[in-house]
Structures are given as C-alpha cells and as structure tokens.
Design a protein around this ligand. Structure first.
Ligand SMILES: [Zn+2]
Ligand SMILES: [Zn+2]
Ligand SMILES: [Zn+2]
Length: 137
C-alpha cells in the first residue's frame, strides 16, 4: 500500500532538511536531488523544488541571492537570520561564507544622506578564490 500523501510529504521535507543540515554547505537543487534520490527513488526534482520553497517560507532554509543566470543554491539556516555574505568564485564556482556583516555603517551613511531607512540588503561578491589565484601564478 502507498504511503498517504501528507505523510510522504513530511518525510520528503525531513530528508531534504537532514541532507542540508549534514552537508553544512551551500547546495544547488541538482545536488540535493541527487542525494535525496538515494533515499527516495520516486521523488522528482519538481518535488524537491516545491519542498525547498516551503522550507524557505518556514525560514529553516535560505535561498542564496545570486546572479539570475546562476543555478539556485540553498543553505540550512535554523535561526532565519541574516548572518553572512557570499563570495562567489567566477572561475571554479566556489561559494564562500564571509561571516561578518560590515554593511551596517554603509546603511547608516545611506540613511543619513538620503533619509532612507534600510531594512535589508542583498549582496554577493564575485571574484577569484584563493585556490584559483594560486593556480594563476
Ligand atoms: Zn575558485
Ligand atoms: Zn552561506
Ligand atoms: Zn549583510
């Protein structure tokens, strides 16, 4: 007998969450799908997308802000807070966390100069990672 849809859904969500939690890094949907498929061979990539969107709404998973033509990356985010920025290597595609948010002073300057109260910001830094720079030498 088939598992009821609701139960199956909960199970899929948990699988996705566990996979992201244990990897502890940024994953694109293809990667997540590849891992989940080993546990649930009937799952489709559309289902993975749908579950990720739900988890994002619940604030336990965060979608990374990236260029529009880049694949969607997600990361586990249990407190739902804005804690770090991303450095993206344009050569190897590595996504590196930069833990400090030093943009508060910029926000303050903008507020002072423009009277604009900033509630959030989205920033992504593109460049070359250390490994790629080493390889270039
Ligand atoms: Zn690189
Ligand atoms: Zn991150
Ligand atoms: Zn920030």
């Amino acid at each position: 007998m088939d598992t009821p849809a609701k139960e199956r859904n909960t199970k899929q969500k948990r699988l996705i969450l566990d996979c992201m939690k244990s990897s502890g890094r940024h994953m694109n949907v293809e990667e997540i799908y590849g891992i989940i498929k080993k546990h649930d061979e009937k799952i489709s990539i559309a289902t993975v997308y749908r579950n990720l969107r739900m988890l994002e709404q619940q604030g336990v998973v965060k979608k990374l802000y990236m260029a529009e033509d880049s694949p969607s990356f997600y990361e586990f985010n249990d407190n739902g807070e804005h804690t770090h920025h991303h450095l993206v290597c344009s050569r190897c595609g590595a996504i590196i966390d930069f833990e400090e948010d030093l943009l508060e002073s910029l926000e303050k300057t903008i507020e002072e100069k423009k009277g604009f109260k900033i509630k959030d910001h989205r920033v992504v830094f593109y460049g070359l990672c250390r490994e790629c720079r080493e390889a270039e030498k």
